[in-house]
Ligand binder design. Structure first.
Ligand code: PLP
Length: 344
């Protein structure tokens, strides 16, 4: 029970908090990794912790089906489908992206999980039409918001903050800064709330990968827009739980310097840190979310923004299937071809 809400336990928690010895020696910063990519359904990821709470709410409301929305390659959609499959519910994803011309990455897993993906022209009308279709077929639909980011969606990572605080104490790294990706915001917001709630000395820095300003290349504009969105979100969360968690706008420690101009674009610097982490620690990160966040750590260690000898926790939020998306895959194939030796 957290903030008056229960969950359905479907995950094997806690996830490990690992010291990345090779990376730490190389960067001169003590880097730890919180392995939320190892959460146990359908290749894992951060959305599962939120979905434990959504599932409880859905079951309490007698739902027979979970419907959510996102990009065609939504990790959140795939994990909603996973939770539905495991719980005996139906599922569907609504996306306003066009069909990409191939069933790869998350779409492949969605289909395997038995989840229907609806490619609609317009999200506002399309979402409702899909909900109406299944309702008319007799389903009791529970709608999970994009990214699982509503007021209930903060619970998964508020809980994770308690878990992480206890693990950091055990390792003696209570002064660490957690680097976490900010997309639809509830992972970051949940961590912030949870750390505050348990009086933790850990801090959290959000690395934004989803442009909040109309001009995706405008770093300052993105930061301003994200700060406003975080502030609004926090107010809604306080209203929903009927209490103030003691967070002020000044607590929002975020950077918009690693968006690289667009959401989910193919970026050489991001692929470079993906190769770096794979070759140093055998940990695979993704080009859309965790790659940009890990870039912030590597960059910060090199440019002095992260002090030498200090403790950093990289929150690995999953996203593995993203590496198989066509526009990323072609870049990987081009760069990794030298590793392929076709012997005569
Ligand atoms: C792999 C991965 N990491 C991080 C995030 C960002 O989490 P949030 O949307 O809660 O900000 C997402 C969101 O889709 C994700 O799929």
């Amino acid at each position: 029970m957290l903030f008056g809400h229960e969950k359905v336990e479907i995950l094997h928690l806690p996830t490990p908090l690992e010291h990345l010895k090779n990376v730490s020696e190389d960067l001169g910063v003590n880097v730890y990794c919180k392995r939320d990519d190892l959460t146990n359904l359908a290749t894992g990821g951060n959305k599962l912790r939120k979905l434990e709470y959504f599932l409880k709410d859905a079951q309490d409301k007698g739902a027979t089906m979970l419907i959510t929305e996102g990009g065609a390659q939504t990790n959140h959609g795939r994990l909603t489908a996973a939770v539905a499959a495991k719980s005996g519910l139906k599922s569907a994803i609504v996306t306003s992206d066009p069909y990409p011309g191939e069933i790869s990455a998350n779409l492949l897993l969605d289909g395997m999980l038995g989840c229907n993906v609806h490619f609609v022209k317009d999200m506002e009308t399309g979402r409702q039409a899909v909900i109406d279709k299944y309702t008319s077929e007799g389903e009791k639909v529970y709608y999970v918001p994009m990214g699982g980011s509503n007021e209930l969606g903060v619970l998964g990572y508020a809980e994770c903050a308690f878990e992480l605080d206890a693990q950091a104490k055990e390792l003696g790294i209570e002064d660490a800064v957690i680097y976490v990706t900010v997309g639809s915001m509830s992972t970051y917001m949940g961590l912030l709330l949870g750390l505050k709630e348990c009086g933790s000395t850990l801090r959290v820095r959000g690395v934004n990968v989803l442009p909040y300003s109309e001009n995706a290349a405008d770093e300052a504009g993105n930061e301003k827009a994200l700060r406003e969105s975080l502030s609004d979100y926090y107010k809604r969360v306080c209203g929903f739980y009927g209490r103030d968690f003691g967070i002020t706008d000044g607590d929002f420690d975020i950077t918009t310097a690693y968006i690289h101009g667009a959401y989910n674009n193919a970026v050489e610097e991001v692929r470079d840190v993906m190769y770096y982490l794979a070759r140093k620690e055998a940990i695979i990160i993704d080009p859309c979310y965790t790659g940009k966040t890990f870039e912030a750590i590597v960059d910060g260690a090199k440019n002095g923004a992260i002090e030498r000898g200090s403790n950093v926790i990289f929150m690995h939020t999953g996203g593995l299937p993203g590496i198989y998306t066509l526009h990323h895959r072609v870049e990987f194939e081009r760069e990794l071809m030298p590793y392929m030796h076709i012997e005569e």
